[in-house]
Design a protein around this ligand. Sequence first.
Ligand code: PMP
Length: 426
Amino acid sequence: MSDLYERHRAVIPDWVALYYRQPVEITHGEGRHVWDADGNRYLDFFGGILTTMTAHALPEVTKAVSEQAGRIIHSSTLYLNRPMVELAERIAALSGIPDARVFFTTSGTEANDTALLLATAYRRSGQVLAMRNSYHGRSFSTVSITGNRSWSPTTLSPVQTLYVHGGVRTRGPYAGLSDAQFTEACVADLEDLLGHTHDVAALIAEPIQGVGGFTSPPDGLYAAFREVLDRHGILWIADEVQTGWGRTGEHFWGWQAHAQNGPPDILTFAKGIGNGMSLGGVVARAEVMNCIDANSISTFGGSPVTAAAGLANLSYLLEHDLQGNARRVGGLLIERLRAITAGIPGVREVRGRGLMIGIELVRPGTDEASPEAAAAVLEAARAGGLLIGKGGGHNTSVLRIAPPMSLTVAEAEEGASILERTLRSL
Ligand code: PMP
């Protein structure tokens, strides 16, 4: 590595997180691989959730972006924008939300911020329910609905937030309960909370917590919540920033595992939809989306170039059935990881759905989170040619695996073997 790290430290804020003792400078990529500035090649088991939903340097996306950039790079507002309208039509049809309207943003943070704006305006209330251990963004409003306090640098936001149990299944007061008992306990917690307050605008939740360590509630939990919310007129916001577009294999959206009482009122998306271009957005039925009585614009959200990337990426994803690929290859990978970690002390759990897989590490012989083991595995995997992520509550002790959704079986095997060597060497 060059002196780039020192230059970064001298000019970029200290609170911008970087992985690795000697951070990696990624210079190019192809398919499921990336290369660093020293020419090292890595299998990318994490970029899929960050940016690269389908594949690195996907020719279809590169062509769409460069053709659109060669024609016009312009604003997404004040003038008609064909790629944006086309992408909105496709997302509205896929969303499952009736009479859907789509508003594009440049990030997940901005998408959730917009969802808060809509829900609080619609309900005329600044009080919101969020899940413990959640992550929803870095802005002044979204840090206040982020239950994971290590990612909430201020408590001064004006949004009033109450936290609900249910996002984490295997730790906390309801660990060890059956699906039905867990759901019942969380619904009782929600009812109790609502008995002590009034005028709540919305509940926001990630169907599977991402930054929180890929933790899933039992299927149907949010449908059970929905029954309670509906009685109070409270909106349900599904943050699909990590779970959308088929990554879980089973469904196109994470909320579909909780669909018994209908779709969410508001759905947010971002990250890989532009396969790396900064594109996010909000979907809501017209009544909710159009409840604000003033202009509100975004200069860049859904600009012709990012929308062209989103269209090309979505077409590729659907034409190549990458949701099916996530189900098949992700299923094999989870099985393989369970098998190789079975005898390894310090591995508490391998969990996940599709290509969203978490390995929770503990100090051997205890149930205590082991952030030191997670950090060591990250370093060793990198040395072995594999990039993974980490997450999970205050103590980031969960290894996170979320490759581009075009991952092949051979690549899944290769990554699993590197992880096996790494975990055994601990
Ligand atoms: N919601 C979820 C579930 C996320 O995981 C993230 C990003 N980690 C965000 C929102 C914020 O997205 P962005 O970083 O694009 O602002």
